[in-house]
Design a protein around this ligand. Structure first.
Ligand code: G4P
Length: 294
């Protein structure tokens, strides 16, 4: 494991343990777990621990920030997670696109519970949902957009930890107002890399020329023509000893990234590449596909 990854993991254990305990408590009182993942990395942004934590609960996966991802790949991910038994929707929590479907997703995921309640003569008991996801995936944005005007909170309830607040969305669904936070799992170098590319971990230590070079190689390989069109460079680096470094140098030239004395300023070029990627100026990109996961 690199020093950088070690550092990140060491920063969080206290928070992680506390958040996990909190989530375990909250799980006892909810019916459905609505898990947000980043549509650009629906696998790497999904914490696998949630499957154990949420055992026995209805499950919904929302592929958030779908506005930043490659729509064709997002469709593959939707099918992938549906195949695993989740109810799935692609959304843009910031603009509200796709949010209309979420209520139906929750109802579909809770079909069995609704049926069970009905058989027992229980009617109109709202489903209780909790939002979970890794930091920066859009949980707060989602809660604000989804709850919209329904932010009138329902207050404490008997049997519920004091201070827990529910947002009554409609007659069918109540939302726990505090999301469950999980940390990403750096199970492989690739996963760490993809999480870094989308900017979900501290930049100061992570924006490196190496990170930009690898991103350029990924884009040149998977999204042919995208970087040549965006940066106005020739992206054919076949034969180059270090293709990523070569691409970055070409961008440095194109963007006039020079240090005093005329040397290329590769750090500045790297920062430009990463920044423009994250701001979706280069294009709609998905950083992983289901068939990468095998
Ligand atoms: P969190 O609670 O899970 O930690 O995430 P949060 O809602 O704070 O969202 C993190 C960032 O992601 C925010 O941007 C937010 O606006 C953005 N975001 C959330 N959902 C979407 C989405 O579907 N599409 C896009 N494009 N962005 C989304 P920020 O730059 O940190 O803040 P701000 O500039 O929006 O204030």
């Amino acid at each position: 494991m690199s020093d950088t990854k070690q550092t990140i993991i060491n920063w969080y254990p206290g928070h992680m343990a506390k958040a996990r305990r909190q989530m375990q408590d909250d799980m006892k009182i909810i019916d459905v777990v609505v898990e947000l993942v980043d549509a650009r990395i629906p696998y790497s942004s999904k914490n696998p621990d949630i499957d154990a934590l949420a055992q026995g609960k209805a499950r919904v996966i929302l592929l958030n920030k779908a506005d930043m991802a490659d729509p064709a790949v997002t469709a593959l991910w939707k099918a992938y997670y549906e195949g695993k038994g989740f109810v799935v929707a692609a959304i843009n929590a910031r603009s509200g696109n796709g949010l209309k479907a979420v209520n139906d997703c929750i109802m579909t995921a809770c079909k069995e519970k609704i049926e069970r309640d009905r058989r027992r003569g229980i009617q109109n008991r709202p489903l209780r949902a909790m939002i979970v996801g890794i930091p920066n995936v859009g949980k707060s944005t989602f809660i604000n957009s989804f709850a919209g005007k329904a932010v009138a909170k329902t207050g404490n309830k008997p049997g519920v930890t004091k201070g827990k607040q529910w947002i009554r969305l409609n007659k069918n669904v109540e939302l726990l107002d505090t999301p469950g936070i999980l940390w990403p799992k750096f199970e492989s170098a690739e996963i760490g890399q993809r999480i870094a590319w989308i900017g979900s971990i501290n930049d100061q230590i992570l924006v490196t020329t190496e990170m930009a070079e690898k991103l350029l190689c990924f884009l040149a390989d998977r999204y042919k023509g995208m970087i040549s069109e965006h940066f106005g460079i020739d992206e054919d680096v076949s034969g180059a000893e270090h293709p990523g470094a070569e691409l970055l140098s070409r961008i440095a030239v194109r963007r006039g990234c020079l240090k005093k004395g005329g040397e290329f300023d590769l750090e500045r070029a790297a920062a430009i590449v990463v920044d423009e990627f994250r701001n979706v100026k280069i294009g709609l990109v998905s950083l992983e596909r289901p068939d990468d996961i095998a």
